[in-house]
Design a protein around this ligand. Structure first.
Ligand code: ZN
Ligand code: ZN
Length: 250
C-alpha cells in the first residue's frame, strides 16, 4: 500500500495466518447491502440503516465502505473487537490480532479500497470516535498510526451529541481545513451512523474523498434478516485473494 510502513518482522504471511475472520459477501449478492454488506430486506436496494444515512446528503457520505470481516455476535472475533479497547484491561492478544488483520488487509487490498473511493491513496488517517466519548486518543488510532505513514486527523465528539442517528455535526476535527483524501477506520459497524457522521464531519472540514475500512461488520444470527446471511458464513483464516470490493479471485 502506498504510504504504509515496510513489512512487519516475520513477514506478511505470519500476519495473515494470525487472523481468523468471516469474509464479507461479494458485492451484488441478493439480500446483501451494497454499502455495508449487512443484510437488506428482500426487494430493497440497501439495508434500512444505509438508506437512512442518505438524509445526510450524497456529498457528505463516505465514498467507499469496505468491511474486512463480519463480526458475528457471540464469536471470538466479535469479542476481540471489544476486548482490544476494554477500558480496564485491554487485551494484548486482541490488539495484536486486530492489528495483524488490518495491516495485512491494507497491504493486500488498500489499492482496491482507494480505487473504489475514487482516490489515488489517502493522505490523512482518522478513526470513528467511540460512542462514549472517552478521553485520550482512540485505541485504534494508537494501534495503527505507528505503522501507517499517514498524518492523523483526530475526530472529536461535540458534547451532548451522542446519539444513534446520522448527524453531520456530531464530530469535528481540530486540524482545520483538511483538503486531503482520508482513510477513516472503524472497529465495529453496527448501524453505521457513527461512521457516516464521521465521514460527513470530515467532508464538512474539506476532505475530498473518504474511504472507510471496517474491521468487523456486526451481524446478529438471531436477527430475522441476519440469520440467513450468518448461516452462509464460515470462519477461516484471512484470505489475501478476497475482499469486499471484488469478492473472491476469478
Ligand atoms: Zn447497509
Ligand atoms: Zn481487494
Amino acid at each position: 500500500m502506498p504510504g504504509s510502513a515496510p513489512g512487519p518482522a516475520g513477514g506478511w504471511d505470519r500476519l495473515r495466518r494470525r487472523a481468523r475472520v468471516y469474509p464479507p459477501e461479494p458485492p451484488g449478492r441478493a439480500g446483501v447491502c451494497p454499502v455495508c454488506r449487512g443484510p437488506a430486506a428482500p426487494g430493497y436496494p440497501r439495508c434500512y440503516q444505509c438508506a437512512r444515512h442518505e438524509q445526510l446528503g450524497p456529498g457528505l457520505l463516505a465514498d467507499a465502505v469496505v468491511p474486512i470481516s463480519y463480526a458475528v455476535k457471540g464469536t471470538a472475533f466479535a469479542g476481540d473487537l471489544w476486548r482490544y479497547k476494554a477500558v480496564r484491561e485491554p487485551s494484548g492478544a486482541a490488539r495484536a490480532s486486530l492489528l495483524a488483520l488490518l495491516l495485512a488487509f491494507l497491504h493486500d487490498h488498500g489499492a482496491c479500497v482507494w480505487r473504489q473511493a475514487g482516490m489515488t491513496a489517502p493522505g490523512l488517517l482518522a478513526v470513528v470516535p467511540t460512542g462514549c466519548g472517552r478521553p485520550g486518543p482512540h485505541p485504534l488510532l494508537e494501534l495503527a498510526a505507528p505503522y501507517l505513514r499517514l498524518r492523523p486527523a483526530p475526530l472529536v465528539i461535540r458534547p451532548g451529541r451522542q446519539g444513534r442517528d446520522p448527524d453531520e455535526t456530531r464530530f469535528y476535527t481540530e486540524r482545520g481545513r483538511l483538503d486531503a483524501d482520508i482513510l477513516l477506520l472503524e472497529d465495529s459497524w453496527v448501524s453505521g451512523a457513527s461512521a457516516q457522521s464521521a465521514a460527513a464531519a470530515l467532508k464538512r472540514a474539506g476532505a475530498r474523498r473518504v474511504a472507510v475500512i471496517v474491521l468487523g461488520r456486526h451481524l446478529d444470527p438471531a436477527d430475522r434478516l441476519g440469520a440467513p446471511l450468518a448461516a452462509r458464513l464460515a470462519p477461516g483464516p484471512y484470505d489475501p485473494g478476497r475482499c469486499a470490493v471484488h469478492g473472491a479471485p476469478a
